[in-house]
Design a protein around this ligand. Structure first.
Ligand code: ZN
Length: 150
């Protein structure tokens, strides 16, 4: 007995979703970089979702366009996540720098954006005038071990 289109569609969806899950999880696909796997998984999940939302009668080229939209949307999601991660790291570096400064009796002023840089901030000690810089990548602590007022 021939398989119906519905059955084939259901099987295809199950297989694609499972493949997306494998890509996300990575055990069978450890030759791929994690970021590549996760992005491919996001693309496949979006593709299934977008195809489900297509109207019944549309031209084939518009069906194909859902692949492009899935790729674009996955890239957007990815860069939003990256942006969040950077913001989290920046905040974490600021609190670490503040904690260390206060342990050494420094009194940091407000964080100010470093001129000409998007992701670098500096704070000055009100006591000794020493500096600390932070970015999402690192902490550059130029404070002396103890706050000495001059
Ligand atoms: Zn100080």
């Amino acid at each position: 007995m021939a398989k119906t289109a519905e059955v084939e569609l259901a099987q295809l969806k199950t297989a694609v979703r499972y493949l997306a899950g494998l890509l996300n999880e990575g055990t069978l696909l450890n030759q791929f970089e994690p970021a590549t796997r996760e992005e491919l998984a996001a693309i496949l999940n979006l593709l299934v979702q977008k195809v489900e939302g297509l109207p019944a009668a549309i031209p084939e080229n518009l069906v194909q366009a859902t692949a492009v939209r899935a790729i674009v949307d996955a890239a957007d999601q990815h860069s939003a996540t990256e942006q969040d991660d950077r913001q989290d790291n920046l905040q974490r570096h600021m609190s670490q720098a503040e904690t260390k400064a206060s342990i050494n009796c420094h009194t940091l002023g407000e964080w100010e954006k470093v001129e000409g840089s998007d992701n670098e901030y500096q704070a000055t000690c009100r006591g000794c005038g020493g500096f600390v810089y932070v970015s999402h990548v690192d902490i550059y602590d130029l404070l002396l071990p103890d706050c000495e007022r001059t």
